[in-house]
Ligand binder design. Structure first.
Ligand SMILES: *Cc1c(COP(=O)(O)O)cnc(C)c1O
Length: 381
């Protein structure tokens, strides 16, 4: 049994021509150096400058949205996204338990309550059929607003997350949003370059949050963006993330408690160069999937996770799903001991001490997937 995993590790090292293969590395060349150097030469390295505007325009164009507002990281983007759609203190926000902690934290920053729901095996994201059943059970509509009968709180929004770049069933979710009067906010942190029925993820909800952390498909060092087709929401996001300062040549007047969340120009310079390469990164990652498919078809009791029918994934992180008999940690140990950096999925939110007493649906698929998912090296080749 262990033999096949040692051999698997060797195949990956051969593929990357390295003795130690990282999970995901950013790729830079002269372009990044040119733009960042140019940014430094202009002196505009901070919260104002032409690269930030250009990065926002390039990003909006790539995803096919009207507007993008660049911020310091994806978590800040989620925080502001939830705030501008009207999530209030004590509201509940539906989200997968199987996500990175930022999704839940962003709701908590607003005094809102994450409410964890289960995912599907096809997408690794929220399962609309299960969510429908759950809401039929615990929800009640009053004056057009959905309430949780068990807690008495309003349920304001649903935040699907496109896990490892794989789009969720957006049609199903949009239908539910209609039925239960929920706002859709997409956590698209991992899905830049991923499409659902030919349309870019992050353009289905009222707003979406993207991340450009160092481990994402393109990076600005640290960074994020709020994306929307609604000009008013975009303007408000920009205002809130620039300390809510009323534009004026010399006066400092702030009309609400805002945030210092603006992406620095020097980070945006890096991002402009990265965005130019995004189509190539996506192509390389999809090719890597084909290579892994061949290798993994030789292995027993494990499969490579691939995109569902309506989806075109960026394959940000390559994902294998272990059969029931295999022990995730044993395999992680073999791979990592052998120099192939691999990791499990995040511990589900409802299993973290900080979120264990929060409202939740039945989460059996989440718990099963938690035991069976491993991410393997995914740097574009
Ligand atoms: C990366 C990520 C974020 C947050 O991004 P940061 O830029 O690291 O703050 C949010 N949600 C998900 C699912 C992520 O993977």
């Amino acid at each position: 049994m262990n033999e096949q995993w040692i051999q698997f590790a060797n195949e990956i090292k051969k593929l990357y021509e390295k003795d130690v293969v990282p999970l995901h590395e950013p790729i830079f060349d002269e372009k990044e150096i040119e733009y960042v150097t140019n940014c430094i030469k202009t002196g505009w390295v901070s919260s104002v400058g032409s690269y930030v505007n250009r990065f926002e325009e390039d990003l909006a164009k790539f995803v096919g949205a009207k507007r993008a507002v660049a911020v310091v990281n994806g978590t800040a983007a989620l925080h502001i996204a939830l705030k501008i759609v009207g999530v209030q203190e004590n509201d509940e926000v539906l989200m997968p338990s199987l996500t990175f902690v930022a999704t839940a934290n962003a709701a908590s920053y607003l005094g809102a309550i994450p409410h964890f729901v289960d995912v599907s095996y096809e997408t690794l994201g929220i399962d609309p059929v299960k969510l429908d059943k759950h809401l039929e059970g615990i929800g009640v509509l009053r004056n057009g607003q959905l309430y949780n009968k068990q807690t008495g709180r309003r349920i304001a929004a649903v935040v699907p997350m496109h896990t490892f770049g794989h789009p969720v069933d957006l049609d199903g979710l949009l239908e539910l949003c209609d039925k239960f009067n929920l706002v859709l906010v997409e956590d698209a942190a991992e899905s830049l370059g991923s499409y659902y029925k030919g349309k870019h993820t992050g353009t289905f909800g009222k707003v979406a949050a993207f991340s450009f952390n160092g481990n994402k498909i393109v990076t600005t060092g640290g960074g994020g963006a709020i994306v929307t087709n609604d000009d008013q929401l975009a303007d408000y996001a920009k205002h809130l993330t620039t300390t809510a300062k009323i534009p004026h040549r010399w006066e400092y007047v702030h009309d609400e408690i805002g945030y210092n969340y603006r992406m620095p120009n020097i980070n945006a310079a890096l991002g402009c160069a990265q965005l130019e390469k995004l189509p190539k990164f996506i192509e390389q990652k999809r090719k890597l999937t084909d290579t892994y498919k061949k290798i993994i078809s030789q292995l027993e009791d494990v499969r490579l996770f691939t995109e569902s029918n309506n989806a075109q994934s960026n394959y940000w992180l390559q994902t294998i799903i272990l059969g029931e008999k295999l022990k995730r940690n044993d395999i992680l140990k073999i791979l990592n001991d052998d120099g192939v950096m691999s990791r499990p999925i995040w511990k589900p939110m409802h299993m973290l001490k900080i979120y264990k007493n929060y409202p939740k649906a039945k989460l059996d698929y989440t718990e099963k997937l938690n035991r069976s998912i491993i991410n393997i090296p995914s740097t574009p080749l």
